[in-house]
Structures are given as structure tokens and as C-alpha cells.
Ligand binder design. Sequence first.
Ligand SMILES: O=CCCC(=O)O
Length: 499
Amino acid sequence: MAKTYELPFKLINPGLFHTESFVHGEWVKSKSGHFFEVIDPGTGNPWASCPTNDAADVDAAVESCHTCFESYKKISPRSRAQMLFKWDSLIRENREDLAMLLVYETGKPRSEAYGELEYSAGFTWWFAGEAERIQGTVFTPSTPDRRVFTIKQPLGVAAALVPWNFPIAMVLRKAGAALAAGCTMVVKPSPETPITCLALAYLADKAGFPKGALNVLTTDLEKTPELSEALCRHSLVKKVTFTGSTRVGKLIAKLCSDGLKKVTLELGGNCPFLIFDDANIDQAMGQLFALKWRHAGQACVTANRVYVQAGIFDAFLERWSTESKKLIVGHGADKTTTMGPVTTPRGVEKALSLVADAKKKGAKVLMGGNKLSDTTGYFFEPTVITGITDDMEIASEEIFAPICTFIRFETETEAVKAANDTSMGLASYCFTKNVDRIWRLFENLEAGMIGLNTGNSSAAESPFGGMKQSGYGKESGKDVAVAEYMTTKTGTLTVEGII
Ligand SMILES: O=CCCC(=O)O
């Protein structure tokens, strides 16, 4: 039985709040009739419950998307753009409520929730434009009496497996591209963040997307592998997009290989952040602060390892610790909070274990390092660690918690070698005012996105994606993101009398 909860906050538009899955324009329960709880990470208390869907629920959702696809693929790009624009307006109109839902699902402070919404609406806006920019080509090949032309066609039903750290942005980055391309989509939100996803589905419906264009299947942690596998294996699913860990990304790639499905994988990051002696220190400090402490360190593109050149190391570290002590850790809904909890109890456990391992192997904890004990929420102290060595887990694993590690370096060659010494390659950052070095670093750092004197290179108009074991495929950016949901068809015509 679904439990009912009193919402711990008021919504301006209560119509946004849905707790059942969304399939073919209807709010539905799972076949099993089971439910799971949605927890506020700031208190550890449940505040909603949603259906626990499993493999038995997949077929109806996919069939609905497929039925819709047969007509959706034929409507004009302009009509798709208009629906995306309408969705964009509705998301912006409901910004306050969506921000509150985000706070209670993820724990992030309200200011960051507004930031995520601004970033997220960039995707609906951008992909509305992209819908009308999809074009083919015509050219004369080496055989002179022929003409060759290409068209791009949508793949069909896409499945999106979405993470909890930026649940609105990640749904819109995936669904925006798919719907612009002419695909339909089943979204499986994370167990932590189903409510924002259901609110987006509600607004998509209000924006005029046809029934089955965007379906949502919620589920809990236990049933996530079964539900995801059924989506990946369904014969009508032609494309799978996943954001999450490298371990799970590899499983998804294997599952999709049977059906030779097109896959986009946005996986783990272990991102290096390099600060050279000649950097603008205020700039580097400000950018690192925003990047590292954002969402309590739970972004795939966050700085995992901060390398500071010897000449400024001690001064930078001292200033960093002084500034970081000013963070106000608290519930995301409290207006004074500048850092919220981590989103899951697993996050706290992992942070504790990484700190313990680093300490055991000789690292020095300059501040923090502990779970906050006087609360039932999932809080971890902002933590600063030095003396990191390669054998420590914290040096090679994605931290995903408010822990900042500092490493001293002497030369550019040494810094680049250390930065690249990881299996991951999502983002790298460097701060220097030497223009030649900037260009060398841009070419030599092994990552899909390089921030040059900036700690933020994510934007709807910029291709987002990694290399090495951070995955493949691009989300956002011109042409490349919609291309992930399309196939190119080549026509070759022999033209009599043309030569
Ligand atoms: O955590 C992954 C996404 C972060 C971003 O889009 O900048």
C-alpha cells in the first residue's frame, strides 16, 4: 500500500506533485503494487512514496513509446520545437516549486537548486532550436553521373537511466535531445529522485507532447538492475543513455551489445584541477570553491584531485582552509545553508572509508573528515586532506563527497603526467596566465572537457562527454547531441543525361 505523507513544504502549484509512474498520459501503479519511500537527505525522513516497477512493467511503457513514435517521428521539426519551447516556459514558470522538490530529493541548498534549474532550462531552450537545425547533405561523388544525399532519421524508442545528483538537468539533457530528434523516451529516474522527474513528465504533457512521447517508470534500489536490464534488452528500445558509475556503465554496454543498441555513457570522473604559480589566485580560488563544494562534492565533473604548484602551495592551502571553514552546513531549505548533506547514506559511508584509508596510508586531514553526529540527515563535514599518494583509494576513486584533496607539484610535465594517470577522462581544469601553456594543457590533458581558467564548462550549447573510462557519446552541443538519437541514411541516385 502506498503511504501518504504530509509534504514538509508548500507548493505554489500542487498539480506538479505526482507519486505514480507516468505511462501513455496516465498516472499508474506498478503491477506488483509495491511502493518505495522518497527520503529527505537533510533529515533522513520519508516524505513521499512511488511505485516499485520491475521488469513486468517495462513492456507497457515501451509499447506506448513505440506507438507514439510511429506518429511523432512524422510531425514537423517546427512542431517539435514548439512543444519543447512550451515545456521550457512551463519549467521556468514552475521554478520555485521545482527548486523545492529538488532540495527535498537531493539535499542541495536552494541557491544551488535555482542554479540547476537555470542550467536545466538551457537544455529545453537549446534543443528546441536544435530540432529545426537537423539537416542532411547533397553532393556529387567520384562517379560523376551520380548524386548522393543523406537524411537523418530518429532511431525510435530511447531509454534513459538517470542519476540523482542533477535529476532535472540530466532528464532534460537526455529527453530534450531525444524529443528534438523525433525519438520517444522511457525515463527511469534514480530511486532518490523520482518526484522531480514525474513533475517534468506532467509539464511535458501540459506542453502538448503526445501520449507516450515521455514515459516515466520509477523504482527502488533493489529493482533498479532488473528494470534497467529489461529496458536495455527490450527489442523496441533502440537507444540507451546512461549517466552514472563506470562499473554500471560497463554492465549497460554489455546488456545493449546483444541488441547492438546505440549507447551513450556519461560515466565516472576523477577530475584533476591544476593551479600553476602564475595563475590568478582569486580566480582559481573562486572557481575551485564553486566547483568543489557544489552539491557537497557530488558532481561527476567536480575536482577530485587538486594539484597546486610548489611556489603557491602553502599560501593557497591556508586560504582555502580559511574560506572553507566559512561554509554553513545545513538543511537545503534553510536560506543560510551553503552546503547541504550528501544525498544517500551510502555517500557518508564511502566518504568515511576513503578518509580512513587515506589516514592509514599517511595523509593529513587539515579539516573535517567526519560525519555530522548531531543530526539524522546525511551530513559530512567539508574536509581538506593533503599528503595524498597514489596508493590511496581517494587518489583513484571518484570521491562524490565534500572532500578536497591537495597535491603539490613542481613542473608542468610532472603535473600533466599525474593528472592523466587515471583510467577516467571526463573533465580537467587548469589555471595559468601563460598562453602557450594553456594551449599545451588543452591538447595534453586527457579528458573530454577541459576548463581553462574556469571551473565550469557545462552548458547546453557545449558538447558534454568524456573519454577513456568516463564513457562515450556526447550530450548537449550543436548537432552532436541530437545525432546520438538519429541514424544517417544515404541515398545514391544515378542521373541520366547529367554528363
Ligand atoms: O554530474 C554530472 C553532470 C554535471 C554537469 O552537467 O555539469
